[in-house]
Design a protein around this ligand. Structure first.
Ligand SMILES: Nc1ncnc2c1ncn2[C@@H]1O[C@H](COP(=O)(O)OP(=O)(O)O)[C@@H](O)[C@H]1O
Ligand SMILES: [Mg+2]
Length: 318
């Protein structure tokens, strides 16, 4: 039986500025199960950080309920804040202190006895592969190391659920893969994780379930595998071309191998029926239509394809 740790019901946030109001989060509903890695995927501006701000008591919702372990998060703020932990996008480490001192300082804030704090610091430095650098000052750390230390710090007060806001944004590809491994290890030890991201690879690599957020609304919520089944066909051929003419699309949809076709920002996407499509036929057809092929690529459908299918836009664009 799965056990729900977090229930979010009809959550909305409207920001009022001088001249206007913007609905940044619009009637969002979901549950997070204990022990899972739950992903919140959406492009910049989708409302991810605002949602996380509400889930972690930093932003008051305009309306809606947030229930953590069967209690409203607003009922007892001190208790809620002991049960959750958040790693924001800001580098809010104390750069003048060592890695270990950052952890011990956090532990004091939560009134942990010092022997317990020392034990936990050792454990989480080890878990995040920072033991060798434990007594170096943070000012000398790379972006990836700082990010791992922020996670170690967030674990010090033993939260029931850990919130990570775009944990790998700004990291180089190698550090990103390393951080994914650390997050998996952490989850394997029982920590429930809620993370936001605008990278499609991140939930594909990490998440048990993914919610897709577009302009403040949840468009879909499921496992990555099930989400990909929303995309017609199994393979997608993307063709980058200078111009995309509307009549091309309706014509493309009539091709025997093509299940569906879409166009966005100078890229044609053909959702192919066959698992091993005959690309020669497609190229022949593109030439016959005078399509100028700048590049062409065949891939298994990705979460970006799911996003395009649901919203008409790619994750990397606004
Ligand atoms: N305090 C605020 N006042 C007004 N608008 C805001 C505020 N915070 C965020 N927004 C707007 O809400 C939208 C969503 O922002 P955010 O939640 O940061 O998205 P994401 O994290 O998905 O990039 C953006 O258009 C942003 O400009
Ligand atoms: Mg954000």
């Amino acid at each position: 039986m799965t056990q729900t740790i977090l229930n979010v019901e009809n959550l909305s946030k409207t920001f009022s500025t001088k001249n206007s109001q913007i609905d940044v989060v619009r009637d969002v509903n979901f549950e997070v199960n204990r022990g899972e890695i739950f992903g919140f995927l959406g492009p910049n501006g989708a409302g991810k950080t605002t949602t996380m701000g509400m889930l972690t008591t930093q932003i008051r919702p305009t309306s809606g309920e947030i229930i953590l372990a069967e209690k409203s998060i607003w009922g007892n703020l001190t208790d809620t804040r002991k049960r959750i932990s958040i790693v924001t996008q800001h580098n809010n480490l104390d750069r003048g202190l060592t890695a270990r001192e950052n952890l011990l300082f956090h532990a004091r804030y939560f009134n942990l006895p010092s022997d317990e704090a020392a034990k936990r610091a050792d454990r989480f430095l080890d878990l995040m592969d920072l033991t060798e650098r434990a007594d170096d000052r943070v000012v000398n750390f790379s972006g990836g190391m700082a990010q791992r230390l922020k996670i170690a710090r967030a674990l010090m007060h033993d939260p029931d659920i850990l919130f990570l806001d775009e944990p790998t944004t700004g990291l180089d590809p190698q550090s990103r893969v390393l951080l994914w491994e650390e997050i998996k290890k952490l989850n394997a030890q029982g920590t429930t994780i809620f993370l936001t991201t605008h990278y499609m690879e991140e939930p594909e690599q990490l998440c048990d379930r993914v919610a897709i957020l577009h302009e403040g609304q949840l468009k879909a919520l499921n496992t990555p595998e099930e989400l990909k089944k929303l995309v017609p066909g199994q393979n997608v051929v993307s063709v980058r071309t200078g111009d995309v003419r509307d009549e091309l699309l309706s014509e493309a949809k009539t091709l025997p191998e093509v299940e569906d076709a879409t166009a966005e920002m100078g890229t044609l996407r053909f959702y192919m029926k066959d698992a091993t499509p005959d690309l020669g036929e497609l190229v022949k057809w593109l030439r016959s239509q005078d399509v100028n092929i700048l590049s062409m690529n065949l891939h298994l459908s990705t979460l970006n394809d799911v996003f395009v299918h649901l919203t008409g836009k790619g994750l990397e664009q606004r």
